[in-house]
Design a protein around this ligand. Sequence first.
Ligand code: CMC
Length: 393
Amino acid sequence: SGMFTYDPGFTSTGSCGSKITYIDGDEGLLLHRGYNISELAEQSDFMEVAYLLMKGDLPNKAQKDKFVKDITNHTMVHEQLSQFYRGFRRDAHPMAICCGVVGALSAFYHDSLDIHDPHQRMVASYRLVAKMPTIAAMAYKYSVGQPFVYPRNDLSYAANFLRMMFSVPAEEYEVNPIVEKAMDRILMLHADHEQNASTSTVRLAGSSGANPFACIAAGIASLWGPSHGGANEAVINMLHEIGGKQNIPGFLSRVKDKADHTRLMGFGHRVYKNYDPRAKVMRQTCHEVLTSLGITHDPLLELAMEMEQIALKDDYFVSKKLYPNVDFYSGIIFRAIGIPTSMFTVLFAVARTVGWISQWNEMIEDPDQKIGRPRQLYNGQTERPYKPLHMRG
Ligand code: CMC
């Protein structure tokens, strides 16, 4: 009963108002709180962007120092939480582990479950942003059978993560500043992207009054899919599968064949009908990082660049306005800095936690907020009489 619009995939439904992120998909423009993503990526850092998204404005020096201190105050996870990992198989995908462990945070931090108390919401938000790198690195350490590495609060957010990933008791990992900077930039580029599937999931989950840890776990689950955050991992697998430039035409004909269900991963976007501004920065960063690391020849990067050139000139992609998105080049940088493929989407989740939690807080504070409850177009059976079992053929 009542009127509603049938809009599968919500292609034309505005589900909320937001002051956080602005996208102009035709122009390829992305602003956070009014600041252009390319300026932020060039001049800012992840903690500053986190402050900007969470609090609404760039911090001054004192505010930034306090924020970093407040976040680092929460980088440890409850010691009992490390027991939780041991229940997973060693070969579990780290995204599977992260869904579970982040959801389990609601069972550890009972003191930040009152969503109507702004202070508790803030503490829960800091906890999530602070613990995500720890949880992510622990998922990796568990998979390779190495002991967990505790966070170190004198390091930057990115450097701390890298150290927790790569340090072993026998040898302290020296953080390479080029790698640290690249990691920080990738985190900035993934921090928020308005009402994408995972963010909408976080809002929808939160609209019922669910606690923030449960909501972020829901976001992680949604991000995992290959159409969304799982695409960075899928791009690398795709490039390996293609194997060489000579196989690009054959691969593209599969992509164009509707019956085949193969997509060019890292291409296309619901909102951008132009080059994704994040992909532009990512592409540039990719070249810089490989050069500074002295990697003069990466067959995967060369294959990706060739693929991009061919696709951008191909009628199929031109007519459908399909351009490279953020995931097209990020995997190549991750690979260059030694991040294993299965961790790519986890890193997306670490960065996006900032956006998710900012949007979750904005939603709770929004006077227009209501429980999310889409309608449906029922197209099943009309009413019919019940048939007893012995009469069913
Ligand atoms: N390769 C081949 N064809 C494509 C692709 C692609 N990557 N993307 C879209 N198309 C075609 C699609 O077949 C459709 O054709 P037609 O109109 O003839 O049916 C048309 O382009 C429009 O596609 P759509 O699926 O209706 O568009 P959408 O807005 O629902 O999907 C998307 C957006 C990102 C899911 C899709 O472009 C895609 O699957 N891309 C590959 C996965 C990917 O790279 N995802 C990362 C997205 S960006 C950041 C993130 O969220 O992680």
